[in-house]
Design a protein. Structure first.
Length: 254
């Protein structure tokens, strides 16, 4: 892969293959920013005789505290962008309290809502996933988190650690064999990166460890916890650093 930066921002990632004599372009992801916030990512494939052909696009919006509140996805169809999905996030007192994913299909629209609850120390104690049907949400899954009283906190949300971090869109996206998740930490922190399916079920834990400050990249090879390849479709990767968390969507195509 080739990486191009504009200052501290990753503005282009290009994948190439070696044909025995030269590197041949396969795909690229180009990103635009407003300050340090990524506002758009466009994924394109190289077509011989045509050049770069758009495949998908994600647009991102942020609140006044630079927290992502909206991500909108599009596919390139008939030389125009066609809306495919949208992710919204809500916060309270600096903590993510709700995320809603909407997929706009040709036959029906699916909605997944996840809500988060915290204790008095701002530790994540519960996440609930619901599936939307018309105007009704049906409970699907619930995850509860517990913490020790001896100062050794559950690895899902350690308290007192630096929580400031930045997360970029995975690349390539969509992907086939593997994808990279770039992020940076403001200080030494416990980092947990999980991949879940559209039902909110955890498929794989990519990272679960303390890491130093600076830029990092995690890689997911499209496998579940048992080492088996997962099916094509939409997945979500959730990055939690201390009490802060961000969620982004990715697409696996086989």
């Amino acid at each position: 892969m080739l990486f191009t930066y504009g200052g501290q921002n990753l503005v282009e990632t290009k994948t190439q293959s070696w044909n025995g004599s030269i590197w041949i372009d396969i795909s690229r992801t180009t990103s635009t920013y407003s300050g340090a916030n990524q506002t758009q990512a466009i994924y394109a494939l190289w077509m011989e005789g045509t050049g770069w052909v758009n495949q998908s696009r994600d647009d991102y919006s942020y609140d006044g505290s630079n927290r992502e509140i909206l991500a909108v996805g599009y596919n390139w169809v008939s030389n125009d962008w066609s809306l495919t999905d949208a992710d919204t996030s809500k916060y309270q007192d600096g903590l993510l309290t709700q995320s809603v994913y909407v997929s706009f299909g040709q036959l029906f629209t699916s909605v997944i809502r996840e809500t988060y609850a915290y204790d008095a120390a701002d530790n994540l104690v519960e996440s609930i996933t619901e599936l939307g049907f018309f105007d009704t949400f049906i409970l699907a899954t619930r995850t509860a988190y517990s913490y020790s009283t001896s100062g050794v906190f559950d690895t899902d949300s350690p308290a007192g650690l630096p929580s400031s971090f930045s997360l970029a869109q995975n690349y390539p996206n969509p992907f086939n064999m593997s994808t990279l998740i770039p992020y940076s930490l403001a200080g030494e922190s416990h980092v947990k990166i999980t991949v879940s399916n559209i039902l909110g079920q955890t498929v794989y834990t990519v990272v679960d460890e303390f890491q130093s400050s600076g830029a990092h990249t995690a890689e997911w090879h499209g496998l579940d916890a048992n080492g088996r390849s997962v099916a094509s479709g939409i997945y979500f990767f959730r990055v939690q650093v201390g009490n802060a968390a961000q969620v982004r969507k990715m697409v696996l195509l086989k």
